[in-house]
Design a protein around this ligand. Structure first.
Ligand SMILES: [Ca+2]
Length: 241
């Protein structure tokens, strides 16, 4: 019996120190675009289904005149999606995505920066090293991108030289988040593309950092638990058994 309590105590201490994931923000397009611009439109007409009442962000890439909207990229500069990613303890982004292009493959990546756009000299860009591929005419599926130094690489800017801030320093002042398709992932610009794609349930995810009081409380509970167990063990026959 004592081994059972001892084991329970062991796991209680271990799990009280583990951090769970927390969803900081979700864009599900139920009410508006939630800051995703410039070529995203809200729609509920899902090309993969006869009809749908679930709004998502649709991009008709390459349908616009000239160079307008010819690249598969959307960005967000709203406060919910930017700021100090160190303080927010951001660990990853994930999203639901489909590619209804008849012939173009999507090489989906995320890019984060302390600048407003990749046209700004001296801005620091970090882009997913590994894309999540969506073959032509592929339906909804989730893609997850880790936001850490091992999973992201430095990106270039269009005019001049990019900045020289470290990954960690850039994270303290994120001004723009981009979702793009890029075969090489060399910048946050995005490749030219033709076809309809959809985005939904875009989430910014962090690890929960326990408040100091919470951590202390967990340890106090564990200590009380141990004392109760030890007392039981010390006086196993106190009830005259
Ligand atoms: Ca939705």
């Amino acid at each position: 019996m004592f081994n059972f309590y001892k084991t329970s105590y062991f796991f209680l201490v271990i799990f009280s120190n583990l951090s769970a994931e927390v969803i900081l923000n979700t864009s599900n397009f139920s009410n508006d675009l939630d800051g995703w611009v410039p070529w995203v439109s809200r729609t509920y007409v899902d090309p993969n289904l006869p009809s749908s009442s679930n709004y998502y962000g649709q991009m008709q890439v390459g349908y616009g005149p000239g160079n307008q909207g010819s690249r598969l990229v959307t960005y967000n500069r709203s406060s919910a999606w930017t700021g100090n990613y160190i303080d927010k303890a951001v660990t990853r982004m994930r999203m639901n995505f489909f590619n209804d292009s008849p012939y173009d493959t999507v090489f989906l990546r995320v890019a984060i920066s302390d600048g407003a756009s990749p046209q700004i000299e001296g801005s620091n860009w970090w882009i997913s090293k590994t894309p999540v591929e969506y073959a032509p005419s592929s339906g909804w599926s989730f893609a997850s991108f880790d936001i850490n130094e091992a999973s992201m690489k430095r990106g270039g800017v269009i005019n001049g030289q990019p900045g020289f801030l470290s990954f960690a320093d850039t994270l303290t002042n994120i001004q723009t988040v981009r979702i793009l398709s890029s075969v090489l992932g060399g910048s946050g610009v995005g490749d030219q593309f033709y076809g309809v794609v959809g985005l939904d349930d875009i989430q910014l995810i962090s690890v929960a950092i326990p408040e100091p009081n919470t951590a202390l409380f967990n340890r106090a509970i564990a200590l009380v638990f141990l004392l109760v167990v030890l007392r039981k063990f010390s006086f196993p026959h106190s009830k005259g058994e």
